[in-house]
Design a protein around this ligand. Structure first.
Ligand SMILES: C[S@@+](CC[C@H](N)C(=O)[O-])C[C@H]1O[C@@H](n2cnc3c(N)ncnc32)[C@H](O)[C@@H]1O
Length: 225
């Protein structure tokens, strides 16, 4: 009798375990969604520093994927993400298969830094200014790619100049620079001296639609390298 009852209890235990596992997976997904969207945090940061945040919404999945898709999986140098905000592009880089040990995240807003560290506990998230990039990176570490969401059109021109100069200093020759912009056309190549530009990609479903600009670091007279 007891034996029969024990046998009868096994499927019940199995069902309970399956239910529990499904519940935990759903909660995990829900937490991920809340972390991904983070509308309150993003809006608060934008209201506090509109020029520095440069967007009212986090980057869409389409834009984040377009940016991440440009980064080659080969190589063992760093992939440096600038202005990671709530981490939409960070997640896309991980989803693409860039190993966490190669990722180096730089973000200036303390609130976003705290959020990123919570969302990606295994990643290196550095609180600092992209204009000081060289001092925020490990010494002598090759940088294969810079993936930037920095709002270059709304940051002060001297900051933009300093940031781009840091890219010239830090990126390996032939290294990749990915930068998104809401300007859907135009080529301000004076700013990007020392880089060759590949054809842009577009994220039409982003709000507003965005263009992904892709540059390659090349040697040029006067760069000193
Ligand atoms: C357009 S938002 C990034 C959106 C991000 N892809 C997302 O989905 O959340 C621009 C980000 O650049 C950061 N930022 C602006 N100026 C910076 C600087 N000089 N150095 C580092 N981060 C900066 C802002 O704090 C903000 O998080």
């Amino acid at each position: 009798m007891l034996k029969n009852r024990q046998i009868g209890a096994i499927p019940l235990v199995r069902n309970l375990r399956q239910y529990q596992a499904r519940y935990q997976a759903d909660m995990h997904r829900l937490a991920g969604l809340v972390q991904t969207v983070s509308p309150g945090l993003f809006l608060r940061e934008w209201l506090a520093r509109p020029g520095s945040v440069g967007a009212v919404w986090p980057s869409s999945r389409q834009l984040a994927r377009q940016m991440a898709a440009q980064v080659p999986l080969s190589g063992d140098g760093l992939v440096v993400e600038l202005g990671a905000g709530t981490g939409a592009v960070t997640q896309a880089l991980l989803d693409r298969g860039i190993p966490g040990r190669r990722l180096w995240i730089v973000e200036r807003s303390p609130a976003f830094v705290q959020h990123l560290r919570y969302r990606f506990p295994a990643l290196t998230v550095v609180g600092g200014d992209a204009a000081d990039l060289e001092s925020l990176l490990p010494a002598n570490k090759k940088v294969d790619a810079v993936v930037s969401s920095l709002p270059l059109r709304s940051l002060p021109p001297d900051v933009v100049g300093a940031v781009v100069e840091q890219w010239r200093q830090c990126l390996a020759m032939d290294g990749l620079l990915v930068q998104f912009t809401y300007a859907l056309w135009g080529r301000d190549m004076d700013l990007f001296e020392g880089f060759a530009e590949d054809p842009s990609r577009y994220a039409w479903l982003n709000m507003p639609p965005a263009r992904v600009r892709i540059f390659r670091r090349m040697a040029f007279a006067g760069s000193g390298s």
